[in-house]
Design a protein around this ligand. Structure first.
Ligand code: GDP
Ligand code: MG
Length: 297
């Protein structure tokens, strides 16, 4: 459990020339209100351990009737810079009409495609604003029996426009066997409903063994069971992010307790560039060639 989110391996994912400019990545969170989206984002990238790491651009945009907010955080580790944009969507399930909330999220993603497309067709393409969403963490409730109709509706509306990475929220609610059951059930349902989630690319035969092992380990954990917390505990002189219960502490970054570390490694260390490539070469490209470009509202 280091002090870093793991930017050090980012340069291995791309050509050197982009290293100097720094990296930029846009992550969206979607799911029912109260499932721990904000807490997880905090746990992933804004650890209180870093006093200097703060958000800016808070509440950039109110989108139609629903508030979709975009926040940005600059993370610098060992001279490597990442500008991380976090798009938070209105949690559905409360007062909001679910269909409206679904449409707002889809519109937002399409709008960013359209803005980029317009940038591309202009003569001066030097300063294209690229706000396209590279990954969507979709939060599945631990309290249902697998996917609920709203999850199916949401993911179906999103899966051709964004890389969906499903996460099982508040995984501290499950026993070992319940968790295995729930994961299997969710995977089966995603398959039955033909929902396309983000697929890891196959490993190259000449990838190193450690990477192959990590890759397999990650793949088999999907949907990632996640736990978030805003509090830390001290253990053997180290501060750990954890949730404290009367019977003990659940450690967020302990791979025996949940898949938090696998998710963070995937997002930052190993698959950030692939998520961007998939967005550019497949999802955006499909939008671009489809041709029915409606003006952003
Ligand atoms: P959001 O509405 O999805 O952004 O949810 P929040 O992050 O605001 O969290 C809602 C509530 O759930 C808060 O009281 C959190 O402390 C709690 N919570 C967040 N993450 C977890 C978790 O992993 N496990 C449990 N049991 N509770 C959590
Ligand atoms: Mg929230």
């Amino acid at each position: 459990y280091g002090e870093y989110v793991g930017l050090a391996t980012l340069p291995n994912q791309v050509q050197r020339k982009s290293v100097k400019k720094g990296f930029e990545f846009t992550l969206m969170v979607v799911g029912e209100s109260g499932l721990g989206k904000s807490t997880l984002i905090n746990s992933l990238f804004l650890r209180d351990l870093y006093k200097d790491r703060t958000l800016y651009e808070v509440q950039e945009k109110v989108y139609q009737t629903v508030a979709i907010t975009k926040k940005t955080v600059d993370i610098v580790e060992k001279d490597i810079k990442l500008k991380l944009n976090i798009v938070d969507t209105p949690g559905f399930g409360d007062a909001m009409d679910n269909t409206k909330s679904c449409k707002a999220v889809v519109d937002y993603i399409v709008c960013q495609f359209e803005q980029y497309r317009r940038g591309e067709v202009r003569l001066n393409r030097k300063n294209i604003q690229d706000n396209r969403v590279h990954c969507c963490l979709y939060f599945i409730s631990p309290f249902g029996h697998g996917l609920r109709p709203i999850d199916v509706e949401f993911m179906k509306a999103l899966h051709e426009k964004v890389n969906i990475v499903p996460v099982l929220a508040k995984a501290d609610c499950f026993t070992h066997s319940e968790l295995q059951y729930m994961k299997t059930r969710i995977l089966n349902e995603l398959n039955d409903y033909r929902i396309k989630i983000y697929q890891f690319p196959e490993c190259d035969p000449d990838d190193d063994e450690l990477f192959k092992k990590q890759h397999l380990e990650m793949k088999t954990r999907i949907p990632f069971a996640v736990i978030g917390s805003d509090t830390t505990v001290e253990s053997n002189g180290k501060r750990l992010r954890a949730r404290c219960y009367p019977w003990g502490a659940v450690e967020v970054e302990n791979p025996a307790h949940c898949d938090f570390v696998h998710l963070r490694n995937m997002l930052v260390q190993t698959h950030m560039q692939d998520l961007k490539d998939m967005t550019e070469d497949s999802l955006y490209e499909n939008y671009r060639i489809a041709g029915n470009h409606s003006p952003p509202k």
